[in-house]
Design a protein around this ligand. Structure first.
Ligand SMILES: C[S@@+](CC[C@H](N)C(=O)[O-])C[C@H]1O[C@@H](n2cnc3c(N)ncnc32)[C@H](O)[C@@H]1O
Length: 434
């Protein structure tokens, strides 16, 4: 078996092996098997068991390769992104007209009734639904009658999930449409004003545009929330378990201070604080997040240990935040090009004391042939393309991270990188002055 078999056979054998691991696990734990049925669970293969999670990733890898080989190079190119773009357009119209929330959760609905309720032309509605049904969203149970599947049901109750469609359609697609022009016009630029997004949105930067369109800002926040929940990226709880936080501040015994720079309302500080009682946290972000942050801290009974502070991360750190045990930056530096990251990191290095460390939570792009599963690398590189088109920013390889740190201070060294299996998408990069 294996390497001497034709690739199709080898992949089919791999697939059978991983399917067997997964189905046996689900059976022995009395868990439902993955299915398209509307009552099937949204995360059918739990990520909590490491062996099961590896089998799931290997199964996705093998099925991706098998599918590619079966379709073949010529057909792949002739159909490149064609159905995908049509799915995106169709799904956004359906979401815009509230179709997912109007289809009953447990019974079919006729096209005529759905059209009356959503005010979407019946003929167009049928065409859109039949398109997305080829991708398992909704099913035509009888001619002219549609029901939910487990896939379309993810869009029904939760507005945040619908913003995943909205963001790709309303913001990423127009920006990607201007990528050729942006790369041609600004080949060397690292300016957040000279982006594909700016070319698509009247010269505005991503966040200036949001400021002028508050509804858009709310939708973007909901999209980020949905994207960050579930198994796609690392949860704050995952980060709390992934790094040896127990090592910080334990020597002095009086509790170490962690400065959570650009920490949002402090989800990560709260998650780490709940697990590691010796630590205190200073969450720094814009003033308008103070209220929400304070509510979160009260709800989690961490008053006195997690504090919010309005602070612009391009300015010097105030006295209270100097000499902290750790400076934590999650998903901050990937939003900025190197020259802006240098400004942010310089303020951190200036504030560091003896024994201070920096902990960065961001993607580490793989080197060539690293063995990272293609599906995972594809997601990391899709985020890299998003950073390029939206902000002129980037995801970085380990070499690029080290080069960035060196350009701030020769003594800044990466001392630890924590990735899979403890982390999923992001890595925890520990940096010290050595
Ligand atoms: C991608 S979010 C990450 C939030 C948080 N670190 C997390 O992982 O949940 C980026 C954060 O940076 C904050 N931010 C952007 N520009 C900033 C600045 N100049 N000073 C401080 N915070 C800033 C935003 O308000 C936002 O909360």
């Amino acid at each position: 078996m294996g390497s001497n078999s034709p690739p199709l056979t080898h992949l089919a054998q791999e697939i059978a092996k991983h399917v067997s691991t997964i189905t046996s696990y689900l059976q022995s734990h009395n868990l439902p098997q993955p299915s398209f049925a509307p009552d099937a669970p949204p995360h059918p293969i739990p990520e909590t068991d490491e062996k099961l999670s590896s089998a799931r990733i290997a199964l996705i890898e093998a099925t991706k390769a098998l599918h590619a080989l079966a379709v073949g190079p010529s057909e792949t190119t002739r159909l490149f992104a064609f159905p995908g773009l049509c799915h995106l357009g169709a799904m956004q119209v359906l979401c815009h007209f509230k179709v997912p929330q109007t289809v009953p959760l447990d019974s079919p609905i006729s096209l005529t009734e759905l059209s009356t309720k959503t005010k979407l032309n019946e003929h167009v509605l049928g065409r859109l639904l039949r398109m997305v049904a080829t991708n398992y969203y909704f099913v035509e149970t009888n001619p002219g009658y549609f029901s939910h599947t487990a896939w379309s049901k993810t869009l029904a109750p939760d507005e945040k999930m619908r913003q995943c469609i909205w963001f790709r359609h309303a913001e990423l697609l127009p920006a990607m449409g201007k990528l050729v022009a942006a790369v041609e016009r600004y080949p060397e630029s690292d300016d957040p004003k000279k982006t594909a997004f700016a070319l698509a949105f009247g010269g505005e930067t991503f966040f200036d545009y949001k400021e002028k369109n508050p509804d858009d800002m709310i939708r973007f926040g909901q999209f980020v929330d949905a994207f960050a929940s579930g198994y796609v990226v690392d949860s704050p709880e995952n980060i709390a378990r992934g790094y040896p936080w127990g090592d910080i501040g334990s020597r002095s015994g009086d509790g170490g201070l962690v400065v959570d720079i650009g920490g949002g309302i402090g989800y990560v500080s709260v998650a780490v604080g709940k697990e590691h009682g010796q630590l205190r946290f200073l969450v720094q972000d814009f003033e308008d997040l103070r209220k929400q942050s304070e509510v979160l801290v009260v709800e989690n009974r961490l008053v006195g240990r997690v504090k919010f502070m309005a602070h612009d991360f391009f300015s010097s750190q105030p006295e209270e935040a100097r000499g902290a045990s750790a400076y934590f930056l999650r998903n901050i530096l990937h939003n900025w090009s190197d020259s802006y990251c240098r400004k942010i990191l310089k303020t951190v290095v200036d504030a560091m004391g003896e024994g201070s460390r920096i902990i960065i939570c961001d993607i580490v792009l793989p080197e060539a042939n690293s063995g990272m599963p293609k599906t995972q690398e594809e997601r990391a590189r899709a985020l890299d393309m998003t950073m390029l088109s939206m902000f002129n920013a980037k995801e970085r390889s380990l070499e690029e991270w080290q080069a960035l740190f060196n350009s701030v201070d020769e003594k800044l060294r990466i001392t630890q990188v924590i990735g899979r299996p403890k982390m999923r998408m992001d890595c925890l990069i520990e940096v010290r002055l050595i």
